[in-house]
Structures are given as structure tokens and as C-alpha cells.
Write a protein that binds this ligand. Sequence first.
Ligand code: NAG
Ligand code: NAG
Ligand code: NAG
Ligand code: NAG
Length: 320
Amino acid sequence: MSARLVDIFFILMGLALGPILKFLYGLYGFFINLLSYKPIDLKARFGNWAVVTGCTDGIGKEYVKLLAKQKMNIVLISRNIDKLNATKAELEKIYPDIETIIIKTDFSTGRKVIDDIRVHLKDVPVAILVNNVGVITEYPMYFGEMSESDLWDTININIGATMSLTHLVINQMKKRGNGAIVNLSSASEMMPLPLMSIYSASKIFIRYFSDSLREEYSSHGITVQCLSPFYINTKMINFSKKFSKAYYFVPDPETYARHALKTLGRLNSTTGFWLHDILKFFSLMIPTRMLRSKVGFLINKIYRNDYFNLHEKQTQAWKS
Ligand SMILES: *[C@@H]1O[C@H](CO)[C@@H](O)[C@H](O)[C@H]1NC(C)=O
Ligand SMILES: *[C@@H]1O[C@H](CO)[C@@H](O)[C@H](O)[C@H]1NC(C)=O
Ligand SMILES: *[C@@H]1O[C@H](CO)[C@@H](O)[C@H](O)[C@H]1NC(C)=O
Ligand SMILES: CC(=O)N[C@H]1CO[C@H](CO)[C@@H](O)[C@@H]1O
């Protein structure tokens, strides 16, 4: 009888251990995120060159500024040449002793762009790759409302670009036995997210991809970090005004990047921002993936209505 009880005890412990370890890791992440450590010396740890995609706005731009501040040379990748030139000029003015390379490319056009990038990066020892580029539909949409190009843009940009650029640099990093790859997933990886079906599926791709890659390459000195923030106040989510009002929990890109970069080399997997750790904790209180998904559906319906209301107001203002 007592042997039986011991068995049951160990089985229950086994079942509880996963969630307990997850919780402890979450708590650890929360404190690392909260305590304002300085970022580690990224140049000393990883090397001289950083490559940042989607670097002319939002989080990408803030990453670029912070990396340049650490005296790293930067390869700027984006599709808008004017913004690239402006970003390059801005960096060179503040940090005259760093080198910058700009690459104009449009990842939505798919596989062929990588050949051009390969030529540009031929002699660049890439220390840090920040896969920041990503798209989301203009507002939460039913699948059938997405255009054919919405579909392929999400695949090519959110998945294709990350996969292909990582492939381009991974072997040189392995050879040097050093390097870091940062990937932005999103909290939408915690559950399937109705009205953002392709987006949330693309983010779980990033999660699985990053976590597998880390196991394959950590013995070669390569750090693979996967960030999964909640909402950040970028133009990507201007479909609802609620985001700009939820001030503390929806940080601006500068605040987010500053916090997230401090975790590079310290956490493999994090929301990147301590207030988002709290949101994550409460989201995970909803016990199953399917329930979280239903809640996500409700919330997205609200955002969708916000978008239509906003649009109607704009149209009326335009008419009058
Ligand atoms: C961007 O900068 C390059 C090199 O400095 C220059 O040749 C090009 O004309 C600029 N493009 C635009 C659109 O300003
Ligand atoms: C959000 O921003 C995008 C890009 O700047 C713009 O095209 C779109 O019309 C904006 N949407 C709303 C609802 O303001
Ligand atoms: C990241 O994951 C790798 C592989 O599991 C592990 O060896 C490494 O210690 C982890 N790094 C951090 C900072 O947790
Ligand atoms: C930190 C970072 O830039 N992460 C990016 C990883 O890749 C996705 C797209 O697949 C981007 O949305 C993230 O911004």
C-alpha cells in the first residue's frame, strides 16, 4: 500500500515538475528583465558586426541604435532606400567611428533576394543577427478576407527571411565558434490566435525553429535567443487606439529594445520586458491552449471592431 502511495507521489511530482520548472524559469526571467542590468559587452562577447532586418522603424531601429552605441558595425537591411540612407546618416553622425553597410531588399519577393544579400555579406563576419522583420495584417482578419499577397508576404517575410538569413550566417558562426541569433517570435505563440491565423502560425514556426537551432548549435558557441513580447506600440498595431492608452503594458519600441537587448546572452527565451512577463503569467493561468485561443478570439474581435469604428470616423471626417 505504502509503496503504491510512493509511486503515486512520484508520478504526481513528475507531472508537477514541468509546470514548476516553467514557473521558476519565468520568475528568473522576470527578475533578470526587471533589474536594470547593463547589457553585456556584446562586442567583446560576440564580435564586431551586427545584421538587423526591418531596421528603419520600430524595434529594429532601436536595436540598431543600441548596437551602434556599443560600437558595433551594422548591416542595415530594409526595403526602403530613403529610410536606409536616413538611418545610415543618423548613425554615422552620432557614432562616426562605426562602419555601416546598407542592403535594400524586399523579403516579400521570396527566395531570390538572398543571393544579393549573400554577395553583400561575403566578407562580413556576422556576430549578431537580429531577425526583426515581420508583418501582420492591417487589422484582425478572417482568413478568407486576407488577400493572396497577404498570405505569401507573411510566409516570405516572417518565416522565409528569418530562415534564409540564419542559414546564410550559421556556418560562419560555427566556424568561429561564436555568434548570436535573435529572433522575434511573439506572445501569440502561446496559443492559436483566431483572426491572426497565419501570423500566429508563423510565430510558432519561429519558436520551434529557434529552440531546435539552439540545441543543434549551442555546443558551437552560438546563442539563439527567441523573444516573445506582447503588444509593442509600433505602427504594426495601429488598428486599435487601446494600445496607445495601455501605456505601461504596451511599451514603445525604444523601451522594449532597451530591455530586451539586456537579456541577450542572459536568457535564451523571454518576453524581453518585465511587464510582459506579468502578462504572460496571467495568460498562462488560463489552463489550456484551446481556452487561451478562445479568449484570444474574443479580444481580437474587439480590436477588429475598434478598427472598423476608427475607419468609419476617418471616412466621415473626410466626407465632411
Ligand atoms: C542613398 O545613398 C546612396 C549612397 O550614398 C546614393 O547613391 C543614393 O542616391 C541615395 N538614395 C536616395 C534615394 O537618397
Ligand atoms: C496604420 O499604419 C499603416 C502604415 O503606416 C497605415 O497604412 C494604416 O492606414 C494605418 N491604419 C490606421 C487604422 O490608422
Ligand atoms: C541556452 O541554451 C543552451 C542549450 O540548451 C544552454 O547550453 C545555455 O546554457 C543556455 N543559456 C542560457 C543563458 O540560459
Ligand atoms: C528581435 C527580433 O527582431 N525578432 C524578430 C524575429 O523574427 C520575426 C519574424 O519572423 C520578427 O517579427 C521579429 O521582430
